[in-house]
Ligand binder design. Structure first.
Ligand code: GLA
Length: 529
């Protein structure tokens, strides 16, 4: 098929820093709870209600947590002759007068009645992960293959707001994930069109086939988040109890590392290092604070896997710390970048956050020895000739910095999570010519940069009522999809991060509209300031 690509005019503020423009609102990482880490595939109305009640009353809902996600185990793989799910009426009874037992809409109504949102789970293949024995029964056919339209329509009709789609069946059948998830994205879009109900779409393919390169690009209702690694909790040996589920500190750290793909995380699309283990038996309070700091600086989904009814006050305070949650939920919606690692296990991470001149910085000592860790303002892209303030995000205390940077003595395994506020170095603006051409025309920015990755502010207009999706290709890298929310009559400002060839080479940024749209441009105008 001859694709008609139409390049629209762009103002690209290619910067080593951020401007003072208000960011246009984009979706932020989801916050909530999921049944899997603590309950495995034994999940029913009673335990889901208890978790929802806990979230609504323990301060988590106020702190921004909202999803109650039912993972594997809600049905046992049996279908009626018409293909619809067989639901156990004992596990999912009527919860209010007039309701029918065995109707998943009952639990959704209950969750919604608390002001929370409801999530559900399926697999892209014929089987779900329950074919592999973990804790709980082994059963087959809990996937949606062959029933995509029917199942996603049913989820939307029941009122679910979120769907996680696993890959055990797809993997077993050797299916191609990009193809399969694209079919699902289309089925979700059709279900949304029929019901008018939006389904937040979470891909769980464990990072096996680099989903960050295709997940936001699959068309239909695009994936919102995608898993970047295997499960954060180890499977349980059969015969053991829920409470035996082992939380492994190194696995948590490795899931963080595997979740870092800053070029793919922007405008509402997120890498997902898995549900948190914070608050589950096995991590110390300090390790929990590090876990929360890592998820916050990477802008990860904050989906708590602990049993919310038994959280300690300290775990609860860690999950709801407003300054730390705000880093995760920063409106630029970008991901941290490792800006220095002067020795193995000594790391400096920085996340671009709003407003202008601000960074969240993590100094991390992963070694077994005490170490001095420092960060230079210049490495953060801040102007060292202007005052820079440093605050400890956990304690709220102001810290003393030098003219050029900040350094801390970090005991073995320790970290410092900092809010740095200063002045941006001057951004470099590139104003390519407005061009409207019928093929893959290019916006060429002859960027020379000392940085391997840089935030890019895109100024645009989108007068359409809904979000537009355009493609961005940097040099020869894989194309990423950028969401441009409606701006009505004004201008919008969204941020992405691009990987650059540094040195004297120019870097080519190509924005194009993949939409054929009946011959019309998908995006009518892109404002050039
Ligand atoms: C896979 C997923 C987990 C969970 C289980 C359910 O292992 O990665 O997050 O959903 O399946 O069986």
């Amino acid at each position: 098929m001859k694709s008609r690509l139409l390049l629209c005019a762009l103002l690209i503020a290619l910067t080593t820093s951020l401007s003072a423009q208000q960011p246009t609102a984009v979706p932020l990482p989801p916050m909530g709870w999921s049944s899997w880490n603590s309950f495995s595939n034994i999940v029913d109305s009673e335990n889901v209600m208890a978790q929802a009640k806990a979230m609504a009353s323990n301060g988590m809902q106020k702190a921004g947590y909202q999803y109650i996600n039912i993972d594997e185990g809600w049905w046992l793989g049996e279908r009626h002759p018409d293909g619809s799910f067989v639901i156990d009426p004992k596990a999912w009874p009527a919860l209010a007068p007039g309701e029918k037992p065995g109707d998943m809409a009952n639990i959704v109504r209950y969750i919604h009645s608390l002001g929370l949102k409801a999530g559900i789970y399926t697999d892209a293949g014929k089987d779900g992960c329950s074919m592999y024995p973990d804790l709980g029964p082994k059963y087959f056919h809990t996937g949606s293959e062959g029933h995509y339209d029917q199942d996603f329509l049913q989820f939307a009709r029941w009122g679910f707001d979120y769907v996680k789609v696993d890959w055990c069946g797809g993997d077993k059948e050797n299916l191609d994930p990009a193809t399969q998830y694209a079919e699902i994205a289309k089925a979700i879009a059709r279900a949304e069109a029929i019901t008018g109900h939006h389904l937040y779409f979470s891909i769980c393919e464990w990072g096996k086939n680099s989903p960050w390169t295709w997940a936001p690009n699959i068309g239909g209702s695009p994936a919102d988040i995608w898993r970047t690694s295997g499960d954060i909790v180890a499977p349980i040996v059969a015969g053991h109890e829920h409470a035996d589920r082992k939380v492994d500190f190194p696995k948590m750290l490795s899931n963080f590392d595997q979740g870092i793909h800053p070029e793919a995380q922007h405008t509402g699309f997120f890498n997902d290092p898995d549900m948190m283990v914070l608050g589950m038996p096995g991590l110390s309070d300090e390790q929990n604070r590090l876990h929360m700091s890592l998820w916050a600086i990477s802008g990860a989904p904050l989906l708590v896997g602990a049993d919310l009814t038994t959280l300690t006050p300290t775990s609860l305070a860690t999950l709801t710390n407003p300054a730390v949650v705000a880093i995760d939920q920063d409106p630029l919606a970008l991901q941290a970048v490792k800006i220095a690692s002067p020795a193995e296990g000594i790391e400096v991470w920085s996340k671009f956050i709003a407003p202008s001149g601000h960074r969240a910085v993590l100094l991390l000592n992963r070694t077994k020895q005490e170490a001095n860790i420092s960060v230079q303002w210049s490495a953060l892209g801040l102007d060292a000739s202007r005052p820079v303030k440093v605050k400890d995000l956990w304690s709220g205390k102001e810290l003393t910095a030098t003219q050029d940077g900040y350094s801390a003595q970090a005991p073995a395994g320790d970290f410092a999570f900092l809010l740095v506020s200063g002045t941006e170095t001057k951004p470099t603006h590139y104003t390519p010519a407005v061009s409207k051409v019928e093929k893959d025309a290019q916006v060429f920015a002859n960027v020379t940069s000392n940085f391997e990755i840089a935030p890019v502010e895109i100024t645009y207009t989108n007068p359409e009522p809904s979000t537009r999706f355009i493609n961005l290709r940097v040099n020869e890298q894989t194309t990423t999809r950028v969401a441009l929310p409606s701006t009505k009559t004004g201008k919008g400002h969204v941020w992405v991060q691009v990987l650059l060839d540094h040195g004297n080479k120019g870097n080519q940024l190509v924005f194009s509209n993949p939409c054929a749209c009946g011959g019309k441009p998908g995006i009518e105008t892109i404002a050039v300031q």
